[in-house]
Design a protein around this ligand. Sequence first.
Ligand code: SF4
Ligand code: SF4
Length: 265
Amino acid sequence: MVDEGNDKDEGTPLPLACPLPKGMDLPTEEQYLYCIRCGLCLAVCPTYKLSLIETDSPRGRVALVRKMAEGELPLRKSFEAQMYKCLACLACDAICPVGIKPAHLALQARAVAFENLPQPWIKRPLFRGLFPYPGRMEWATLPLRLYARLGLRRVVEGLGLERLLPAQLRDMERMLPNLPARPLRQTLPEVTPAKGERKQRVGFFLGCVQSLMFAEASQATVRVLAENGCEVVTPRDKAPGKAIYPAPKQCRPSPPPARRASPPG
Ligand code: SF4
Ligand code: SF4
C-alpha cells in the first residue's frame, strides 16, 4: 500500500510523455512571464500563511507545475503531496491580476498524478466507482446515517466505546458531522424560486458530499440565496467529483527510452 504524501516512498520518478499534457489548461508563456511577483496570491493563500514557504504558495505551485509540465521536474509523490496541500479555496485564482489560475493548475496536477503515480488500492475504486455517482454515495453512507440517526452514536459516546476503535477510525468518528435523515438531493427542489423579485439565476452544485455531509450548510446557502433574490437551480444528476479531478487522462508515463545501438567497434 502506498502512503500518500510520504516523501520516503517516492519510487522511480515518472517522466511524462507529453511535456504539456493535453487537457491541462496551463498558463501561456506570456502569462508566466507576466507574473509580476506581486505577491497578491500569497496574501490570500491560507497554506502559505501557515508555513511562509514559497512552495506552499500559489505562485510556488505554479512554478512546480510549470517545471513538471516542461519535463524538468519529475512526477513524484512529493510533487503530488504538494498539490494536495492546496485547499482549493480558489482565492488565488480570483486575485491574480494576469489571470494565472494557480488553484486550477494544482487540481489538474493532482489529476495527472492520480493517473500516473501509484495510489493506495482503495483510492481508484472510490474516485471512479463511488464518488461520481450520487445514488451510490447515498447507499454507501446509509449505515453512517443510521448510526447517527438511530441514536447509536450517543450510546457509543455515552459508554466511551469510541476509545476501543483504532486511532484513525476514532478521529473519523469524531469528525462525522450531523447527517440528514434523507440526502438533501432528494429533498431540495431542483429550482428554488427567489423571494420577491428575481434578480439573478444561480446554479448550486451539491457535489459528492454536500448533499450528505454538509446538508444543513447547503440548505442554508440555498435559503440565503433565495432570500437575496436569486432563483437557485440545483441539478440533481450533475456528476460530482469532477472538480477534484478534472482528469486529463491523456497524459501517461512515457515508455522507457529505446536503447541506443552501441557504436560499432
Ligand atoms: S486555492 Fe490553494 S493555492 Fe490558491 S489560495 Fe487557496 S490554498 Fe492557496
Ligand atoms: S498574483 Fe499572479 S502575478 Fe501576482 S505573484 Fe501571484 S501568480 Fe504572480
